[in-house]
Every structure is written in structure tokens, then in C-alpha cells.
Write a protein of this length. Structure first.
Length: 141
């Protein structure tokens, strides 16, 4: 289970580093994440297509909003059905602690949300119209 968050962070870093001049045009996908009614202030939302294809990642902003991208130059993701995962840490894995050791990580939300197979979150991105998805998480699950 601990490998998944590292994978998501690597994917986010890779997407931030991508830049192509002939990037495809995809539908814009935005939304917000709340935890027990309060805006999440950090984290990652990942959209994985049910039938394969380009995945997308959105970095949760301090106001809880996110915008999904396939790369820096390609905001949005292809239309279709997606399974969604949300990763939010209270204490990041690998964070250096005062005693010189490294933190194992403390999730800020139930770990079921870290995996798109167990999160229970799925959305359909349409070619036209608004693709704004509100994600509400209960920390007590």
C-alpha cells in the first residue's frame, strides 16, 4: 500500500516535467476536494481511464480546488469513464523527523481513497459541457 503514494507523486512530478508543442486538446476537468465539509489544502487527485488511455493528475490547491492535466502543456483529459484516487498525507512518508529518522507517513484521509480500485470514486468526462467534480471525503470512514 505504501508504494501507491510514491507512484502517484512520481506521476505528478513526471507530468509537471512534460512539455510538448503539439499537445492534444482535451476537455477541461476541474473540481474541489473537501474532508468532513472543510476544503482540503493539499494532496493529489488522479484520474485513471477505465478503458485505458491517458491518465490525468490534479494538484489540490490551498482552497481545495484542482485542475486535471495530462501534462503541463495539456490541461484536461480525454472524454470517457474514470476511476479516481485522492492522496492526502498529514505527514509525508520519508519526511525527516527531529530524531533524524524518517517518517513512515500519516494519512490525512482513509487509505482506501489512495487507490482508484477501492476509493469508490468514479466520474465520466464529457467532450462538451462542464466537467467539474466535487469530491467529498469523510475522514472517519
Amino acid at each position: 500500500m505504501k508504494i501507491v503514494p510514491y507512484f502517484l507523486l512520481c506521476v505528478a512530478a513526471a507530468l509537471i516535467g512534460c512539455n510538448t508543442s503539439d499537445a492534444p486538446s482535451y476537455p477541461k476537468v476541474t473540481g474541489s476536494v473537501t474532508i468532513d465539509g472543510q476544503s482540503a489544502t493539499k494532496g493529489v487527485v488522479s484520474f485513471t481511464p477505465v478503458n485505458g488511455g491517458d491518465s490525468g493528475v490534479g494538484i489540490i490547491q490551498p482552497d481545495g480546488s484542482y485542475q486535471v492535466r495530462t501534462s503541463v502543456s495539456s490541461p484536461g483529459i480525454p472524454a470517457g469513464d474514470y476511476r479516481v484516487a485522492v492522496t492526502i498525507w498529514e505527514k509525508e512518508p520519508g519526511e525527516l523527523l527531529e530524531d533524524g529518522s524518517f517518517a513512515e507517513g500519516v494519512p490525512a484521509i482513509p487509505e482506501k481513497y489512495f487507490n482508484n480500485e477501492t476509493s469508490g470514486l468514479s466520474f465520466t468526462v464529457s467532450e462538451t459541457g462542464t466537467n467539474h467534480f466535487e469530491i467529498e471525503i469523510s475522514a472517519g470512514e
